[in-house]
Write a protein that binds this ligand. Sequence first.
Ligand code: PLP
Length: 322
Amino acid sequence: MPVAVTIDEIRAAHARIAGHVVRTPMRQAPSLSQGGPSVHLKLETRQTTGSFKLRGATNAALSLDSAARGVVTASTGNHGRAVAHAARTLGIRAVVCMSQLVPANKVEAVRALGAEVHIVGHSQDDAQEEVDRLVSKEGLAEIPPFDHPAVIAGQGTIGLEIIEELPEVELVLVPLSGGGLAGGIGAAIKAMRPQARIIGISMARGAAMHASLLAGKPVQVEELPTLADSLGGGIGLANRYSFALCRDFLDEVILLSEEEVAAGIRHAFAAEHEIVEGAAGVGIAALLAGKVRPSGPTAIVLSGRNIDPGLHRRIVEEGVAA
Ligand SMILES: *Cc1c(COP(=O)(O)O)cnc(C)c1O
């Protein structure tokens, strides 16, 4: 099977989105580098809109067919926010379809960016049906959250930047949901440094890509509330790109309990002064839980910072998991 997203497409995406997205810093994490290999944090928490999703959304929006009457997407929040921001920058209409599981702060953030929000059903699949309707009835172009070559190439630009900052990287820890982020980063890093290991990390509650990789094909899992809410949702039974990329480029997938996700958020704040949402703390959490042991220079992608401030405070101060 041919590789759906090449290193050349990722390089082209990097040039296309430069000037529209932040080249985020990467820095060593002293608290995670004691007595072992150096561990570095790639701070997509500092990306405009608060997550890496702006990279893929911007690359897709800049690659749009000129006949499109605007853009539409289903999203757990961060992708919707990114699409809204990219559309506003380009002066086009944006509609974002979300399930009722999405936290209120994320819904409001999308509205504040000027997008229309349609709230539909209880799962990512329900939201997707509304997207399909708007594509066929209103001529909008879909920018999916992960299963799209331009979106994946945009997320893969993080892999290019990791290699530029840390050419000797041996291990990359990437939050894993639909697999656009891990697939894109995997494609970039394996092309330039094949010996580096790429590990995807999900919460145990509703890990759709993990279940699909085990089954050898996309499968559905029950969507459950989790502290790592940005990792919720299915991969789509008709998945075309991200499943194959994750199958080909991920060396391993690790699952975390809710307590372990909370410990990642807490450590990021207390020891590294970084505010991360649950989905973004999973790399640190996997190290803390002893579920992965770095054998060389390690990069952890902190994928976003969009967590409800009250929830963040409770987790940090009281040690409450949910
Ligand atoms: C979307 C998202 C992820 C997962 O990305 P996928 O491409 O769906 O695997 C991880 N972290 C954050 C903060 C996200 O918004």
